[in-house]
Structures are given as C-alpha cells and as structure tokens.
Design a protein around this ligand. Structure first.
Ligand code: NDP
Length: 233
C-alpha cells in the first residue's frame, strides 16, 4: 500500500470540492476538507463518520484573511504537513452586464478566486511538504487569449488574476520541488456549471487527479485541462 497523501481541499461541501474529497478518500488518502459552514455540510459530515481519522473538517472563508490565518494555525492539530493542496473554492456572479458591473462583485470575486487562494497557499507554504502539489481550479473563462465575449467579467478577471497567482507560486515554491498547476476542470454539472454541463463531477475530478498525479517539476506553472491538454493563457 502506498503511503496516504495528506490533502486539503477548499470549498469541499459541494460540487467539485466534494468530489475531490470522495476520490481522495477512496484512493486511501487523508483529507482535510474546508468549507464556510462545516455544521451545515451534511454530505461531508456523513463522510467523516464513514472515514474516522482520515477526514477532518475545518472552517474557511477565503475572503477573510483572519479565517485563512486561523486555518493555518489549526491545521497542524489534525494534519502533520500537506502533500496536496486543492484550491477549489470559487464564486461566479452571473448576469453581469457592461455598464452596470457592481464593484462589490469585483471585490467578492477577487477575494474568493484570486487573493484568497494566494493568501491561503502563502499561509500554508511552510506546511507544504517537499515535492507537494498545489492545484488551483481555474477556468477557460479566465483565459485572455481565447476571450470570446464580455461575459462573467468579474469571474474572468479574477480567474485571470488567479492564473498569475499560479505562475508566481510555481516560481516561489520551485526550490522545494513543489508543483503548482492551473487547472480547467471542463464544463461540469455543479451549482456553478448547471444541469446541462458536459461532465459529471466524478469524471472531471478523475481526470484532474490523473493530471495532478502525472505532473512533474517541468509542468509546474502550466495551465492544463482535465485531459492534460494545455489551455491558452
Ligand atoms: P460550486 O458553485 O458548485 O461550489 C463552489 C464552492 O466554493 C462551494 O463550496 C462554495 O461554498 C465555495 N466558496 C465560494 N466562495 C468561497 C469563499 N469566499 N470562501 C470559501 N469557500 C467559498 O462550484 P464548482 O464545484 O462547480 O467549482 C469548483 C471550482 O471549479 C471553482 O473554482 C470554479 O470556478 C471552477 N470551475 C468550475 C466549472 C464548472 O463547470 N462547474 C468550470 C470551470 C471552472 P458555499 O457552499 O459556502 O457557497
């Protein structure tokens, strides 16, 4: 049996985050699942009962630097180091139109999708083991070179900023052999992706975990999709 990996997944109460937790536990890994309201995370709490000692729940609100710092302090109580950090949590404000994009949406998107993952990775960087992987859930809508229309602007702006976070972290953590990836999960049937999306969360996460597992130092800082194909920046 391979040694279990120590993993942390953000936004783990639903959607892709929950699927990440399920896949990692099924693969024998130990998981710290974070979400904004652990007391209301019914699916996660049920999983804790099924995987005693292998799944821990901790609160995390990415928009709040204090919440990030609190998590960094609490993590060593349940987990001695991290082999995989999945920056999965994210927000999409739909229905935005040029001329009336609210400043509050920009602030919310930036904090949740870009500065939050950056501050979290920075706060946890000392707890990342040599050779660890950091997977940042990005989106093709954050791609500047394949921009098609003025849609979901605060999401697109914040995911493009998150891509820079990935590129910078890849360089900052390279000397410790830590691989940092920007990952496009595809169009997935979650609350964000909607009921008509192409992929189930299981399909997307199975692909993403293969990409994460197969990535080496030469791949650090790349923007890849769930099939391992390059996504234009
Ligand atoms: P969902 O909307 O289904 O879930 C989003 C998760 O992020 C929820 O757990 C939510 O928590 C959490 N979250 C949002 N904001 C914050 C915050 N400020 N602090 C902490 N947690 C937060 O999205 P998906 O599962 O579909 O998406 C997961 C990731 O994949 C996202 O980063 C998304 O941008 C990306 N992605 C998804 C695609 C898709 O088709 N589904 C396509 C491309 C990218 P809560 O329940 O409390 O709101």
């Amino acid at each position: 049996m391979p040694t279990p990996r120590r993993c942390l997944v953000t936004g783990a109460n639903r959607g892709l985050g929950l699927a990440f937790v399920q896949h990692l536990l099924a693969g024998g890994d130990d998981v710290v699942a974070t979400c904004r309201q652990p007391g209301r995370a019914a699916a996660l709490n049920a999983l804790v009962g099924e995987h005693p000692g292998h799944l821990h729940l901790l609160p995390l609100e990415l928009r709040e630097p204090r919440s990030i710092e609190a998590l960094a302090h609490e993590l060593p109580l349940v987990c001695d180091g991290l082999d995989l950090l999945v920056n999965n949590a994210g927000v999409l404000h739909s229905g935005e139109r040029f001329g009336s994009v609210p400043a509050a949406n920009l602030d919310d998107s930036f904090r949740s999708n870009a500065s939050g993952p950056f501050l979290l990775t920075q706060a946890l960087s000392k707890q990342l083991a040599a050779g660890a992987r950091v997977a940042n859930l990005s989106s093709s809508w954050g791609s500047i070179t394949s921009l098609e229309a003025f849609r979901t602007p605060t999401y697109a702006i914040s995911k493009a900023a998150q891509n820079m976070v990935t590129a910078l972290l890849a360089r900052a953590l390279a000397d410790r052999g830590i691989v940092v990836l920007a990952l496009n999960p595809g169009w997935v049937r979650t609350e964000m992706g909607g009921a008509h999306a192409e992929l189930s969360p299981d399909e997307a996460v199975a692909g993403l975990l293969e990409v994460i597992d197969g990535a080496g130092m030469a791949d650090s800082g790349r923007f890849l999709d769930w099939r391992g194909e390059d996504v234009p920046w």
